[in-house]
Design a binder for this molecule. Structure first.
Ligand code: PLP
Length: 420
């Protein structure tokens, strides 16, 4: 079946799509943190943050089905669902974030945030991290250097590389100095400095979440220079880091705009921005914004159910407790393994970075590890410069038993790397 489907897929789908793993996953159903394949095999999902409260959570499924049977329309009519969701969502933020707007994808939300940051009359220059991923629309792709060779650097962009070999205490200040240089450079240019845009987990830069407050100094430099800070929470948000609901709260950042997506509705296309009244209303006063499917009642029902489940099932505390065991377990097997592997992360977000004998980042070792996890029945991903880290980022209901399973498999994976 796998081979036949693969051939049919190659005939009808665009070549830009890529499948994960040497042996592609053929999922037919999923529940909680488990995915079942067509041949009946069971996979532990340690990768997907979209089904944030677990695959096919019954309360989310019920909410979306119920709403689909009543009414599904758009945001140009006065319906309560979107207002109630916005109220609940905004309650998770600190002041001064008090306005929201909804899109279907994170890319559209990045696009919208950049349009707000670069409104007519404002400076145009944007500072981003050197391996960032922010999306696929033309504007989002322009702030996505992790596209590699196909990325076209716009003259109004400056990239900053996160300092790797600096100890925990000094890393935040060192990064702030690098950001300051990029801001100065933009300010000397015709573009000026508009915004610092950062993924709040720096996921594509290799996952940098320690120590708490890490990105505070850089964000304060940006705001002191008269710019705004855009926090991309597509990966870091929704309790992922185990200490705070939002990544920016952990990172010590007070953003002007926040972009979110993926986890918002457990798999339905919901994304959006939250921002200060000044920026969001300023954008609104310059023109209209309509997104046909963004914020529709079915999506809002699913998104509201996600927030309710997170609260009722205490998933922030859960991510903190189980996440601490995940981080501790991975670090201890990495130390004991003798492999050149370094673990980073917080809560239910971890990266295992591979290096070669010369200390250079090692994409081949990472790819071997990725497929070894797959063979052992665990889905993980890759991140970091040139895909040199294994990315572990499971649905939040990941249990202690699931942690034991992934730590045991990690021990085997790293043992074979050490022997390599
Ligand atoms: C940090 C980050 N920002 C933005 C996006 C774009 O979101 P979407 O794929 O929903 O367009 C992604 C997607 O992976 C992401 O990881």
């Amino acid at each position: 079946m796998r081979e036949d489907l693969l051939q049919r897929r190659q005939k009808v789908l665009g070549r830009a799509y890529r499948l994960f793993y040497e042996s592609p996953v053929v999922p037919v159903r999923a529940l909680g943190v488990e995915i079942i394949e067509a041949d009946g095999s069971r996979l532990l999902d340690a990768y997907n943050n979209v089904p944030v409260v677990g695959h096919c959570h019954p309360r989310v499924v019920e909410a979306q089905c119920r709403q689909a049977a009543i009414l599904n329309t758009h945001t140009r009519y006065l319906t309560e669902d979107i207002v109630r969701y916005a109220e609940k969502l905004l309650a998770t933020f600190d002041e001064p974030l008090e306005r929201s707007m909804f899109t279907c994808t994170g890319s559209e939300a990045i696009d919208l945030a950049l349009r707000m940051a670069r409104m007519p009359g404002r400076p145009q220059g944007i500072v981003i991290s050197s391996h960032a991923y922010h999306g696929v629309t033309a504007l989002a792709a322009s702030v996505t250097p992790s596209l590699g060779a196909s990325w076209q650097r716009e003259p109004w962009i400056r990239t900053v590389t996160f300092p790797r070999e600096i100890n925990d205490e000094d890393r935040g200040e060192a990064f702030a100095r690098i950001v300051r240089e990029a801001i100065d450079d933009l300010q000397r240019s015709e573009f000026g400095f508009s915004a610092l845009l950062l993924d709040m987990a720096l996921a594509s830069d290799g996952v940098w979440l320690e120590p708490e407050g890490l990105l505070g100094p850089a964000s304060r430099e940006a705001q002191a220079a008269g710019g705004i800070v855009i926090a991309d929470e597509v990966q870091a948000g929704f309790c992922r880091t185990g200490t705070h609901f939002w990544g920016h709260q952990r990172q010590g950042v007070t953003p002007d705009l926040v972009v979110m997506g993926k986890s918002m509705a457990n798999g339905l296309p919901v994304a959006g921005i939250v921002g200060t009244a000044e920026l969001v209303d300023g954008f609104g006063s310059q023109g209209r914004y309509f997104n046909t499917y963004g914020g529709n009642p079915v999506c809002m029902a699913a998104a509201e159910a996600v927030l309710d489940v997170i609260k009722d099932e205490c998933l922030l505390d859960h991510a903190g407790l189980v996440g601490a065991e995940l981080q501790g377990g991975l670090r201890s097997v990495a130390r004991a393994s003798g492999a050149r592997a370094r673990v980073r992360g917080s809560g239910l977000f971890a990266a295992i970075e591979f290096a070669d004998a010369k200390g250079e980042l090692d994409p081949k070792a990472c790819l071997r590890a990725l497929n070894a996890y797959r063979r052992a029945g665990i889905l993980v991903g890759q991140c970091g410069p040139d895909n040199t880290s294994i990315k572990i980022r499971p649905p939040l209901p990941f249990s202690r038993r699931n942690v034991e399973e992934i730590v045991a498999v990690t021990r085997d994976v790293l043992a074979s790397e050490a022997a390599d």
